[in-house]
Design a protein around this ligand. Structure first.
Ligand SMILES: Cc1cc2nc3c(=O)[nH]c(=O)nc-3n(C[C@H](O)[C@H](O)[C@H](O)COP(=O)(O)OP(=O)(O)OC[C@H]3O[C@@H](n4cnc5c(N)ncnc54)[C@H](O)[C@@H]3O)c2cc1C
Length: 443
């Protein structure tokens, strides 16, 4: 296999390039932005300025693709945070109990994570980056994609055709593969959507590292009747990223007073006190995420050889569950496993395997969204029952560290959701004592 072209140099494109580099003599990564040489934000990835959590499962996938990455991030100052002992989580109005689940999270900012992954991939001798170049199409002959079309923005919009054995669309949620397929006479993939209508407002603030009594992460999830979320995460550079989010059309404020008032709608009075003393380090920035979308390429009867779709272009998850970067890592591993078995029928093998990996995070996210009466969408009797049960799990987890540990591991994609339905676990959930702390909002 000679040349693979990857469209998009954000995390899913970079990780796919890492996997491809072991199988193709040349991998070309095409990116519209000029890529920074430091962990700074850039236009094509506006979410960089908002809180990003790499789930525990994701950290393992990244480490296996790029051995030594964890040490590198820690060396760059990213805190290594005990998932249960140093994180304070409030779900369905209940603060989860502390205990042991033997797992640590890497608190690197999104900018630092992408910078570290990019530096590694740039260091591979057979990977070339074409920056300032727009992915504008694919060339198709006799049922296979044979080349990538690229417009060189810095060069008078000169169009270039790159012959390739494989083109990978890693262009994010605005991925172009579906449009290109229909232009070539193929069907577009069906789409599953959940209209979560999420708005983020984030800023960096300065607070002491021990501002939360040694906790390095605070997350207050949305509760039925109050679709507000808040996250505060201690990051490299001795700073905190504060994110407010609203679901189902709620718009978090962007003024200093508004931010304080929004935080005060949450059951975290001690944090609100601390926040009052915090010093802003950056202006608040906003981002609107209208709906989650899953494109069902695995269901297409006809699909050309020589084309794949990865990352948010394949499935873009509601960001409040922190899943996209982890699933990008899972897909890169799957791509590597598929290529290890050869390049024939690659799409026919990759899409079903990737879809299987997407199933769990998608159902956790869509199920969580539909627990909110404010979110539009059909709730089957099964989803209603599961959501009532999950609220009960949160209640029990506020008292019982063993229930909390299993919940943490399922949310971190380390265990399947079926772990919440094991008889012994369910017995603990239904016999738990009264909750330790009740949300004053009555959620
Ligand atoms: C507000 C927010 C918060 C999030 N929080 C989390 C979190 O906590 N945890 C988590 O795991 N995930 C989170 N995510 C998701 C995560 O950001 C993505 O899953 C991750 O970036 C992987 O996306 P991607 O590489 O597929 O696409 P993107 O990151 O969207 O990148 C697409 C790339 O394609 C480039 N591009 C676009 N069009 C063209 C073109 N025509 N030609 C050339 N290049 C082009 C862009 O410049 C960019 O580099 C969050 C997302 C949002 C929006």
């Amino acid at each position: 296999m000679k040349r693979a072209v990857v469209f998009g140099a954000s995390l899913s494109g970079l990780l796919a390039a890492r996997a491809l580099a072991d199988f193709y003599s040349e991998v070309v990564v095409v990116e519209r932005d000029t890529l920074p040489t430091s962990p700074s934000p850039r236009r094509g990835v506006p979410q960089t300025e908002h809180n990003h959590v790499l789930l525990a499962h994701g950290a393992r996938e990244y480490e296996s693709l790029l051995p030594g990455l964890t040490e590198e991030l820690l060396g760059a100052g990213a805190p290594h945070v005990d998932m249960m002992r140093q994180t304070r989580m409030v779900f369905s109005g209940y603060e989860l109990a502390r205990g042991d689940c033997d797992t640590k999270l890497i608190h690197a900012s999104r900018g630092l994570l992408e910078h570290a992954v990019r530096s590694r991939v740039k260091g591979l001798s057979n990977v070339e980056f074409r920056e300032g170049c727009e992915a504008t199409g694919i060339v198709h002959e006799d049922g296979r994609v044979t080349a990538a079309r690229v417009t060189r923005l810095a060069d008078g919009n000169r169009v270039e055709t790159l012959a390739s054995d494989l083109v990978v669309d890693a262009l994010g949620r605005g991925g172009r593969a579906a449009t290109w397929l229909t232009e070539l006479g193929y069907e577009a993939p069906a789409e599953d959507r959940v209209k979560c209508d999420v708005r983020y407002v984030s800023r960096f603030v300065s607070m002491p590292a021990d501002a939360l009594n040694g906790d390095h992460f605070l997350l207050v999830g949305a509760a039925p009747g109050l679709p507000h979320l808040l996250a505060a995460c201690y990051l490299e550079g001795d700073r905190w990223m504060l994110t407010l989010a609203g679901m189902a059309g709620v718009r978090p404020p962007t003024t200093d007073e508004g931010i304080q008032e929004f935080a005060e709608t949450m059951p975290i009075p001690d944090f609100c006190e601390t926040l009052r003393e915090a010093k802003p380090l950056s202006d608040p920035v906003s981002l609107h995420y209208p709906y989650s979308v899953r494109r069902r390429f695995e269901r297409l009867r006809r699909f050309p050889d020589g084309l794949l779709v990865v990352g948010d272009a394949l499935c873009s998850f509601n960001p409040v569950y922190g899943q996209g970067m982890t699933v990008a890592g899972m897909q890169a591993r799957i791509l590597r496993e598929c290529l290890a078995e050869g390049s024939d029928n690659l799409a026919r093998r990759f899409f079903p395997a990737a879809s299987k990996a997407i199933d769990v995070p998608w159902s956790l996210g869509a199920g969580g969204d539909l627990a909110m009466p404010e979110v539009e969408g059909y709730r089957s009797p099964r989803i209603r029952l599961l959501n009532r049960y999950v609220a009960r799990v949160h209640r029990a987890a506020s008292r019982d560290p063993r229930v909390a540990a299993v919940f943490f591991r399922v949310a971190g994609l380390l265990e399947p959701p079926s772990a919440l339905l094991r008889p012994g676990f369910m017995a603990r959930v239904f016999t738990s004592r009264a909750p330790r702390r009740r949300d004053p909002r009555g959620a």
